[in-house]
Design a protein around this ligand. Structure first.
Ligand SMILES: [Zn+2]
Length: 200
C-alpha cells in the first residue's frame, strides 16, 4: 500500500478527516448537512459509507453487501468488521478505493466536479496495480541492509537457555530449550495458557 494511503487509513480509523460534522465542532454556525446528498449531518460514517455516492463506489469495489448496509456509529467498528473478512491484498485495495473516493469528495466540494463511481473505482484499481508492479520490478534505491542472525554456542561449561513466547488477545504460548556448549539440546519444553498477558 502507498505510504500516503497507509496514513489515510490510520486517519480514517481515528476519524481525523475534515467532515462537515467535524468542522462544525470548532466553527460556530457551520452547516453540517452532507454537501452531496443533503443528509442531516455529514458524519464520518456517512461521508465514507452511508452517503449514496460512497455506496456507489464501494459497490463497484465489490464490498460485501452486509458491510455496506450494516449500521455503524464509528468508522473503526466498520473497519474492524471489514478487516476480519479481507486478506492483506484486498485490504490494500479497499483503502486505495476509499482514499480515491475521499479525493473525489474533496474535488466535488472545492471544485464542484462530480466524478462518476466507475471512474473513481478505475483510478483506484490502476493505482493499486501500478504500485504493485513498480515494487516488484524496480530495485530499491537504498537496498535493505542484510542482518545475519544465528544461534551462538555458549561458553565452555555453560548451558544456554532460549525462551520464546507469543501472545494473542486471550491466550499465550511459549517454548524453551536448553543447549550445552556443543549445541546439543539437553532439555526443552513448551506450553500454552488461556489467559491475557502483556508482552512485558
Ligand atoms: Zn451524503
Amino acid at each position: 500500500m502507498l505510504p500516503k494511503i497507509k496514513v489515510f487509513s490510520w486517519r480514517v480509523g481515528h476519524e481525523i478527516l475534515h467532515t462537515y460534522k467535524k468542522i462544525s465542532l470548532c466553527q460556530q454556525n457551520f452547516v453540517v448537512k452532507c454537501p452531496r446528498c443533503e443528509a442531516k449531518e455529514e458524519t464520518f460514517i456517512h461521508a465514507l459509507k452511508d452517503c449514496p455516492s460512497a455506496r456507489a463506489i464501494l459497490t463497484f469495489g465489490g464490498l460485501d453487501n452486509q458491510l455496506i448496509k450494516g449500521n455503524y456509529s464509528w468508522c473503526i467498528d466498520w473497519l474492524e468488521d471489514i478487516l476480519r473478512v479481507m486478506d492483506l491484498k484486498a485490504a490494500a485495495d479497499f483503502f486505495t478505493l476509499l482514499w480515491n473516493y475521499w479525493n473525489s469528495r474533496n474535488n466535488f466540494i472545492f471544485n464542484g466536479k462530480e466524478d462518476d463511481a466507475r471512474g473513481v473505482w478505475e483510478r483506484a484499481k490502476n493505482l493499486s496495480r501500478d504500485f504493485r508492479i513498480h515494487n516488484l520490478v524496480y530495485m530499491l534505491v537504498i537496498p535493505a541492509a542484510s542482518i545475519h542472525k544465528t544461534w551462538i554456542k555458549s561458553l565452555k561449561g555453560f548451558i544456554k537457555i532460549n525462551f520464546v513466547a507469543a501472545l494473542s488477545n486471550t491466550m499465550m504460548g511459549f517454548g524453551v530449550i536448553a543447549r550445552d556448549e556443543d549445541g546439543f539440546a539437553i532439555s526443552g519444553s513448551s506450553g500454552y495458557k488461556d489467559c491475557s498477558l502483556q508482552a512485558e
